[in-house]
Design a protein around this ligand. Structure first.
Ligand code: 4NP
Length: 174
């Protein structure tokens, strides 16, 4: 009996310590997904849960591979205390096996991810970031690349609101 109980408590501990592997994806991986990555990481750290998460970002395109995040995006993020340190990289086939949650910023990202996902299990990992926060009444994090300062602020507003909801959701799934 004692043995059974200790196995159950060990198993439930293993479940609660489960690492959530989260990949944020946008088109270039220099504006939106690096911001989502940094903002979500900051919420996870603030909750004392950094050991329970692996968080990364990637792009549909590879044209910016190796580049730091866009200087305008970095400036706006830093003003809110987020240091964007990621380097752009494209989504690779291994991402669909490795990550549990593959989260796109807009419908085009989702469509491209679903096209690349090798099987149904991988497709099931793909979701739209703002679906976790229906109260925002927004579906997409708009691409700020060709716009002005307001677009970069909007990216951060949406990332902050959706990251809080995503963290609550994933905590309930652990
Ligand atoms: P992101 O923004 O997808 O939020 O990183 C973009 C950055 C670069 C390009 C497009 C979107 N680009 O075409 O170079």
């Amino acid at each position: 009996m004692l043995k059974t109980v200790s196995w159950i408590s060990l198993l439930s501990k293993m479940m609660s310590d489960k690492i959530h592997k989260v990949l944020f994806v946008c088109l270039g991986n220099i504006c939106r997904s690096p911001s989502a990555e940094a903002v979500f990481k900051s919420k996870v750290d603030a909750a004392g849960l950094s050991n329970a998460f692996e968080i990364d970002s990637a792009g549909i395109l590879s044209v910016h591979a190796g580049d730091a995040a866009d200087a305008r995006m970095r400036k706006h993020a830093l003003a809110r205390g987020y240091k964007l340190e990621s380097r752009s990289r494209p989504v690779v086939p291994q991402d669909f096996r490795h990550f549990d949650y593959i989260i796109g910023m807009d419908h085009a990202n989702i469509s491209d991810l679903l096209d690349r996902a090798p099987d149904l299990e991988s497709k099931a990992k793909v979701s739209l970031f703002l679906d976790v926060a229906p109260e925002l009444k927004r579906k997409e994090v708009p691409d700020p690349y060709y716009g002005g300062a307001a677009g970069f602020e909007e990216v951060l507003d949406l990332c902050e609101a959706a990251s809080e909801k995503l963290l609550v959701k994933l905590q309930h799934e652990s």
